[in-house]
Structures are given as structure tokens and as C-alpha cells.
Design a binder for this molecule. Structure first.
Ligand SMILES: Cc1cc2nc3c(=O)[nH]c(=O)nc-3n(C[C@H](O)[C@H](O)[C@H](O)COP(=O)(O)OP(=O)(O)OC[C@H]3O[C@@H](n4cnc5c(N)ncnc54)[C@H](O)[C@@H]3O)c2cc1C
Length: 179
């Protein structure tokens, strides 16, 4: 149901990340998905010659640095703040400091734009994929900090399941019924 129309469908997939429960709860399904807040800072490359061309990760501090064309993105942080979407200046400051520690020659230490978003996290980090007790209603949600990584595999596994094709991914442990 959109704000302009209602579309009849045989099959529906709930893929709404942290908001999944808003449609599932009225149907008697409640998933343990919590918004874990992350932050990024994006810096313009400009005329800077020292910009990295490959992604880097500091696994100790859980911060990644990625080149995005003429920008550099520094991302990380896991904060438990409910649905608070405000930019915590301390968290943003940490990302800036980290970036400037790694690249002290970056020409403009005051540049950069902050952002925050939520990871739809389950307690064990495993997404919910597959059928629900309601016929035609499927789940593809709760991918936490690895939603981009798992998106193609999850989509394909669900497409196989819905279309009745044989897939090579065993969904045991990801379906509602098996958890
Ligand atoms: C700082 C940060 C860094 C990250 N880094 C990585 C990384 O390096 N690699 C990686 O794999 N993952 C990473 N992630 C995680 C990744 O972003 C998430 O796992 C992924 O976005 C989850 O995708 P999703 O489509 O399930 O949910 P979302 O991206 O949250 O999308 C849900 C969508 O549902 C829509 N929606 C909600 N309610 C409704 C409604 N009622 N009707 C219609 N639509 C609705 C929303 O508007 C939204 O577009 C990172 C996340 C953060 C915050």
C-alpha cells in the first residue's frame, strides 16, 4: 500500500531494514532487529596528490577509508542510540582525527561532510531470509553491518526460493522457522 495506491500481489518481500517490524508486528511477527548507528565523513580530493586509490581498513579501530572518485569516505563507529538520527560531534570528530592521523598531508583539515545511518542488526548478526507463517510473505532483512556484502546472495537465494528453483544456499538458520 503506497500513499497513492494499493497494489495486489501474490508475493511480498519485507526488506525494510530497521523498519521491518512496522509492517510485521501487526501480523504477529516480531524480529529482533536493532538500529546500530554508524557514521561517515566524506572529504573532497580536490588537487590533493596523496589521495589513496585503494580501500583501506583499520581492523583494530573498525574504520574503513574508501576512494569514491573525487572523494574519500571514512566510515565506522557502532553506537547504540535508538532511532536518534543526530550527528554526534564526538563520533564525527573521531573519524576526522583518524583520517588526518593516517593522511597528515591532507590539505584542508576543516573540510569534510558528516553523515549517519543505521545498520539493521540482529543479535547474532545473521539476517532473516525466507518464508513466514503467512503464505506469500517473505523476509530479506536484518543484514546488520554486511548488507551490501550479502545483498546479491540474499536476493538470489530468495528469488530461487520464491520461484521454486533449486538454489545452492541452505537457508537453515536464517528462516523464521529455523531460529
Ligand atoms: C556507516 C555504515 C557503514 C557500512 N558499511 C558497510 C560495508 O562496508 N559493507 C556492507 O556490506 N555493509 C555496510 N553497512 C551496512 C549496510 O548499509 C546495511 O546492512 C544495508 O543498508 C541494509 O540494507 P537493507 O536494504 O536491508 O536496509 P536499508 O538500507 O535500511 O533499506 C531499507 C529501506 O526500506 C525503506 N522503508 C522503510 N519503511 C518503509 C515502508 N513503510 N514502506 C516502504 N519502504 C520502506 C527505507 O526507506 C529504506 O530505503 C554499513 C552501514 C553503515 C551505517
Amino acid at each position: 500500500m503506497t500513499d497513492v495506491e494499493t497494489i495486489a500481489a501474490d508475493t511480498c518481500v519485507v526488506a525494510m531494514g530497521n523498519d521491518s517490524n512496522s509492517v510485521l508486528r501487526p501480523l504477529g511477527i516480531r524480529l529482533p532487529i536493532y538500529p546500530v548507528k554508524g557514521y561517515s565523513m566524506t572529504f573532497p580530493v580536490g588537487q590533493w596528490n596523496g589521495a589513496p586509490v585503494i580501500p583501506m581498513a583499520d581492523t583494530g579501530r573498525h574504520i574503513g577509508i574508501t576512494r569514491l572518485g573525487d572523494r574519500i569516505r571514512v566510515a565506522g563507529t557502532a553506537e547504540f542510540a535508538g532511532n536518534d538520527r543526530s550527528l554526534n560531534p564526538k563520533r564525527i570528530g573521531n573519524l576526522r582525527r583518524f583520517f588526518l592521523d593516517v593522511f597528515p598531508d591532507y590539505p584542508d583539515p576543516t573540510a569534510g561532510v558528516g553523515w549517519t545511518g543505521f545498520r539493521p542488526m540482529t543479535p547474532d548478526g545473521i539476517p532473516y531470509l525466507g518464508e513466514t507463517p503467512i503464505q506469500g510473505l517473505y523476509l530479506n532483512t536484518g543484514h546488520g553491518h554486511l548488507g551490501w556484502t550479502m545483498s546479491c546472495g540474499s536476493g538470489q537465494a530468495l528469488a530461487h526460493l520464491i520461484s521454486g528453483a533449486t538454489g545452492d544456499l541452505d537457508l537453515t538458520g536464517m528462516t523464521l522457522a529455523s531460529r
